[in-house]
Design a protein. Structure first.
Length: 158
């Protein structure tokens, strides 16, 4: 029987406020990357429910208190298909709509700081397609928020 793959499970949160979405900005050009944005989130802990991971990661990375309202879509990375660009582990990233629970929208950078992180920004939703998100999923976010009929909830490209 073949060995089961190692699968890394992470969560991301689309936190919305006044037609804006919260993004983290990064500059990893020193490591051969580029300037890009990401939704707040990260790896789920073993045995941690995904909704709890969303709440924990958003609080850690932004200081905001949220609840995971609903899953929007899943991004999957399969190493053999993507040439091992992001390592040898199979990865799934669960993207949730997250709602602020206490009215506080003053986001801050995490401590300790990620040396590549440059900021935490509220971006107008209308500007999302112009931002370089990693993974590339800006349109998927907009389609999911609009509950676009016929959309695929599995994004099988990183």
């Amino acid at each position: 029987m073949p060995e089961l793959p190692r699968i890394s499970v992470s969560v991301k949160a689309a936190v919305l406020h006044d037609d804006q979405i919260l993004l983290l900005s990064y500059d990893d050009s020193a490591d051969g990357g580029d300037y890009h944005y990401n939704l707040p989130g990260g790896k789920a802990r073993e045995g941690e429910p995904l909704r709890d991971a969303v709440v924990r990661k958003v609080l850690e990375e932004t200081g905001l208190h949220v609840r995971a309202a609903r899953e929007l879509f899943v991004v999957e990375y399969v190493p053999g298909i993507f040439g091992f660009d992001l390592g040898e582990d199979h990865k799934t990233q669960h993207n949730f709509l997250a709602e602020i629970t206490d009215g506080n929208t003053a986001a801050r950078m995490c401590e300790p700081r990620d040396p590549m992180q440059r900021g935490v920004e509220w971006i107008p939703l209308a500007d999302l397609p112009t931002k370089h998100l990693l993974p590339v999923k800006g349109q998927h976010i907009l389609d999911a928020l609009a509950d676009k009929p016929g959309r695929d909830v599995l994004v099988d490209r990183w």
